[in-house]
Design a binder for this molecule. Structure first.
Ligand code: SF4
Length: 316
């Protein structure tokens, strides 16, 4: 249903000649209907830029985004308007993504007004009340302002605003990372039940591999603008291949630690390099314990090494 092909996004660095930030470098993936593609990686790896470029908040430098076979990456703003109804987004921060001066009823109704989907205000109010009910809020919340809610409730308002358009694709950009741990599970379970009921496809972005695995059918691991490993969510745990993926898995704390347990040594060292001047060859070679001479010179590209399991590494 949604297919991203060789997506590239560069940002110019103002005042530094012709230098650019290589935010996204040739990312490709497909999300079948009713499934979730999880995009995971450290902060600054380009996950959110992928989401914003798919949404056309950023214009792609090159590559294409196909929705039901139609390339939407070069459409004009006017041509894009009916497409925007089909792709909606939930943002990371439920505090700054809701207009503090608007009541909940108006926040959730705003997309309906922009797209002129209902004839009168009474119909819009009923649609908002019904939508709030579906995300676990009530009619009594309609006349309140965002500051009167907890973080989890605010994210439910954000979800209601996205779902009221009845989208085919929901882009969830770190939707739980600003929430308390106890609330994260509630919001994730709400998203899962909505997907089951409405058969929506999700692009789920997070830096927590354990959470991404829980919600996703397919997973792409991103490092410095590229997907370095892509496979089903079970395989990523059972048989991770890329040294970076293995390092991310090693860094997940045990949910049931036992006295005397020795934590695995995390195999990733140092910080992510600058995307303005990414290292030549494999961008991970500056942090990889298995780096070889070829890794410093030749960029590895994704190739299928097992059924449906792709990895970009010279070890394979
Ligand atoms: Fe490590 Fe080389 Fe594989 Fe990159 S290509 S992950 S440096 S072994």
């Amino acid at each position: 249903m949604l297919e991203v092909q060789n997506l590239v996004k560069h940002f110019p660095v103002h005042g530094v000649g012709r230098k650019v930030v290589h935010a996204v470098e040739g990312v490709s993936f497909a999300i079948p209907q009713g499934q979730t593609f999880g995009l995971v990686g450290e902060s600054g790896c380009g996950k959110s830029t992928v989401a914003r470029t798919v949404m056309r908040i950023y214009e792609p430098t090159s590559g294409s985004v196909l929705l039901d076979g139609q390339d939407i990456s070069r459409l004009s703003e006017k041509e894009l308007k009916p497409i925007r109804r089909k792709i909606q987004m939930i943002f990371q921060d439920p505090y700054s993504s809701l207009n503090a001066r608007m009541k909940v009823r108006d926040i959730v109704a705003e997309p309906l007004m922009v797209h002129r989907l209902f004839a009168n205000q009474a119909e819009i109010t009923e649609a908002v009340a019904s939508m709030l009910g579906q995300v676990g809020l009530g009619r009594q919340h309609m006349n309140r302002y965002p500051h009167e809610f907890s973080g989890g409730q605010r994210q439910r308002i954000g979800i209601a605003r996205a779902l009221i358009m009845n989208p085919e694709i929901l882009i969830c950009d770190e939707p739980i990372s600003a929430l308390d741990v106890s609330i994260q599970a509630q919001v994730v379970n709400l998203l899962k039940s909505i997907q089951k009921e409405k058969n929506i496809s999700f692009l789920f972005i997070a830096h927590d591999l354990a959470m991404v695995r829980y919600v996703s059918h397919l997973i792409g691991v991103m490092y410095l603008g590229r997907i370095v490993e892509k496979c089903g969510s079970k395989e990523i745990y059972l048989k991770p291949l890329h040294p970076y993926t293995k390092g991310l898995l090693d860094s997940i704390p045990s949910p049931r630690p036992v006295k005397g347990d020795v934590r695995k040594e995390v195999s990733i060292e140092g910080d992510i390099p600058s995307p303005v001047s990414p290292p030549p060859g494999c961008a991970f070679h500056t942090r990889c314990r298995q780096a070889m001479a070829v890794c410093r010179e030749t960029t590895p590209y994704l190739k299928e090494v097992e059924n449906g399991h792709e990895v970009a590494c010279h070890l394979y």
